[in-house]
Design a protein around this ligand. Sequence first.
Ligand SMILES: [Zn+2]
Ligand SMILES: [Zn+2]
Ligand SMILES: [Zn+2]
Length: 162
Amino acid sequence: MSDSQLAFTPEHDHSGCIEHALMDARSLCEERNLRFTPIRELVLKTIWQSHKPLGAYELLPALAEAGFNSAPPTVYRALDFLQEQGLVHRISLLNAFIGCPHPSTSHEGSFLICRHCNNAVEVEAPSISNEVNKQAERFGFIPEQQSIEVLGTCPECQRGNA
Ligand SMILES: [Zn+2]
Ligand SMILES: [Zn+2]
Ligand SMILES: [Zn+2]
C-alpha cells in the first residue's frame, strides 16, 4: 500500500504521514534554495492534519491561533508557494487543497474523493494523462493544467463505518 492510499485506512498512524510530509518539504526547499518559512510550514501542516482537502478559509483559524497574520492574502501567498513547489494540490471540484505524498517528482494530481467522509487519495494515472495530451494534440490544443477528480464512496463508507 502506498502512502497516499492510507487516506482510506482510518486506523493508520497519521502522525507518520505528517512527519513524512514535513520532512519532504524541508529537504525539498533546501535542495531548491527556498525558504520554508514558519507560515509556509504551518499552512502545510494544517493541510496535512487529515486526508480531507481543506479550503483556504478553513486554514485561517490555525494561523490566528499561532499568532500569524491570518488575513486571506497571507494564506493565499503561502498556498501559492506550496502549490508551485508541488507540496500541495488544489482540488477544483471542492475548491480545496490537499498535501501531496510525493512532491519531489513533478506530476499532475489525480484523485479519488469520497463524497461521504471527504477523504481523498492521490493516484498515479500517467496513461490517462498521456491519452488526454494526445487528444489535445489532435485538436491543436495546448494543455496547461490537467487534473482528474473522481467523486465516489471509499471502502470505509461502503461498510457504513464513517
Ligand atoms: Zn495519514
Ligand atoms: Zn501529488
Ligand atoms: Zn469515505
